[in-house]
Design a protein around this ligand. Structure first.
Ligand code: ATP
Ligand code: MG
Length: 180
C-alpha cells in the first residue's frame, strides 16, 4: 500500500485545486517557511478523520477552509481526496485503488466518500483502523510527537503498539458494545 495522490481544493492555503502525485521516488516535500508543507500533512490527517481543530493547528473546524487573501475571496468549502494503491489489500476493501474524500462547508455540513460512494466518517475511520494509517496512527509523526511519546504514560504509549499490532479495532468495538 502506498500513497499515490492527494487532491486538495480550498483547504487552508490551497485555494485552487492542486494535485500532489507521490510517484515512487518522491520522499520529501520541500519549500520556504509558510509555503504550506505542514498544510499538506494536515490535509492527510483531516481526510483520515481528524476531528480536533486544534491538532490541525486551528481554532475551529471552519479554519481548514481557505480564508481568502489580498487578491482572493474566501471559499465556501474545503475538499480533500486521498488515493492509495491497495494491490496487496492492506485495506479491507476489494479494490486495487482506494480513494477517500472529505468535504466541509462553512455551514458546518460535512460529506464523506469512499471510492465516490457517500459514507459516514465512522466508515473511513474503521477502514483505516489497524492499517497503520489512521489519524492516530504511527505513520504520521508530527513536530513534538517524539517527545510526547517518550514522555507519555505507559498506558498511553501502549495504544501506539496496539494500533501497530492491529488490536485497536477490536478494543474500540468492544468499548462501543459495552456502552450500549
Ligand atoms: P514552516 O516551514 O514554517 O513549517 P510550512 O511550509 O509548514 O512552514 P504551513 O504551516 O503549512 O507552512 O502554512 C502556513 C500558511 O498557511 C500561513 O501562511 C497561513 O496563513 C496559511 N493558512 C492556514 N490556514 C489558512 C486558511 N484557512 N486560509 C488561508 N490560508 C491559510
Ligand atoms: Mg511546517
Amino acid at each position: 500500500m502506498f500513497l499515490k495522490r492527494l487532491d486538495v481544493i480550498g483547504f487552508k492555503s490551497f485555494a485552487d485545486r492542486i494535485s500532489f502525485e507521490f510517484v515512487p521516488g518522491v520522499t520529501a516535500v520541500v519549500g520556504p517557511n509558510g509555503s504550506g508543507k505542514s498544510n499538506v500533512i494536515d490535509a492527510v490527517r483531516w481526510v483520515l478523520g481528524e476531528q480536533s481543530a486544534k491538532s490541525l493547528r486551528g481554532g475551529k473546524m471552519e479554519d481548514v477552509i481557505f480564508a481568502g487573501s489580498d487578491t482572493r475571496k474566501p471559499l465556501n468549502f474545503a475538499e480533500v481526496t486521498l488515493t492509495l494503491e491497495n494491490e496487496g489489500r492492506a485495506l479491507p476493501i476489494d479494490y486495487q485503488e482506494v480513494s477517500v474524500t472529505r468535504r466541509v462547508y462553512r455551514s458546518g455540513e460535512s460529506e464523506f466518500y469512499i471510492n465516490k460512494q457517500q459514507c459516514r466518517l465512522k466508515d473511513i475511520v474503521e477502514l483505516f483502523m489497524d492499517s497503520g494509517l489512521g489519524k492516530e496512527a504511527f505513520s504520521i509523526i508530527s513536530q513534538g510527537k517524539v517527545e510526547e511519546i517518550l514522555n507519555s504514560k505507559a498506558e498511553e504509549r501502549r495504544s501506539i503498539f496496539e494500533e501497530a499490532a492491529g488490536v485497536l479495532k477490536y478494543k474500540t468495538r468492544k468499548k462501543k458494545a459495552e456502552v450500549k
